[in-house]
Write a protein that binds this ligand. Sequence first.
Ligand SMILES: *Cc1c(COP(=O)(O)O)cnc(C)c1O
Length: 458
Amino acid sequence: MSQNRTPEDGCREDVRENAQAGANAPDSEFGFATRSIHSGYAPSANHDSASAPIYPSVAYALRSAEHGNALAGGEKRGFSYSRVANPTVDALEQRIAQLEGGIGAVAVGSGMAAVSFALLCAAEGGGRIISPTDLYGASVDAMDTFFPQFGIHTDFVDDINDLAEVESKIGPDTRAIFAETVANPSTEITDLKPLADLAHRYGIALIVDNTVPTPYLLRPIEFGADIVVHSTTKGISGHGNALGGVIVDAGNFDWTNGRFPHLTRKELVISDERNGVWHSFAEAFGNAAFIRRIRTKYVRTFGAVLSPFNAYLQMVGLETLPQRVRQEVATAKLIAQYLRGVDHIVRVNYSGLDDAPQRELVAQYLPQGVGTVLSFEVEGDESHVNRIVDGVKLFSYVPNIGDSRSLIVNPARITHREVPERYRLAAGVNDNLLRLSIGLEDPADLIADLDQAIAGAY
Ligand SMILES: *Cc1c(COP(=O)(O)O)cnc(C)c1O
């Protein structure tokens, strides 16, 4: 673990992702649950405080002109300004990097900031992205209508697991393939390994949104993903009380292969103009070039920082991630099985069912379960869906997932409203669909609530 670090070790923002520094040595000799509680935080560097303190301070003492100059020049480690790095946020970043098996991570103010920054940082300067449309609604909207305003375009595919279709979209400007590891709300699973192999054959990065399974159920870097993003708002926080996002860098990708000129161009922000010393991100940070650019350009200039208060709540949430997810997955599977036998339900989408079409991918990637989200289609029309969401008493009707409370929502009207109909219907998000996120209540109470709401709707 990191308990033996000196105060200087827990510091300088630009050393954090610097592989040469070795500051983020893997805690891989410890199990996942142990890392969820201990990684990334050193009590000895924090007045021996057993749990990580919240540092609300905006700025950090530069101590002396000499120290300030060394800090600003990157020769010494230390915090200076919380828009760039903050000690509480740093502990969360290191912990998540350890859980995902990455060389570094940058936490941001929301999951959408993480998705947007990761995609823009790969494709900035006129690049293209390949992606399915079976995604979180705002991610589709960003790629379909908003990023094109900045000259970044997406080639959508019908099926991300159809390698021939994906390969047919690869062109000279393609920079990244993007997918959700387990899609929200269909729970369709992305076959990561062959997709990573295809991407790497062309020098393209594989970026995945791992929000739905959380790193407890799936660690995409083990299967070749280059960049992993999360909405930490969801399962990682686990209690519906703190927005956040994170970008994790596997540190395996060669950003100097010619497709990413912004990472090999000299940049003043990481150079020393007075002494005529100029660096590109790739020269200065090697395999950490991408995650360093995320911090130094995207977070520093767009400013979507994670508050230290939210970082603290997310670290508390992480401590029980394995236990929560284990129980929620067991209940989700039980409910999915149960719903298949309920009158008026025509279809249950949950890849974790024993006879699900993707069960082989489940065995390969998600042996401990696919997650806590499932969806189902009901008979009739939208009025029945409306009566069900109005009829539940225990489920909360809210647009969120990964909460300790169980949640229900009608995606077509709420979470996927901004997705064009042709994409929405292809992803199975029609007016008769309801999505559940299963929490920690007693399964029998949840089943009874769904039962009465569905029976009462017909
Ligand atoms: C919620 C969610 C997001 C967006 O996260 P926010 O924290 O709400 O910005 C992105 N991707 C997936 C899969 C999500 O479920």
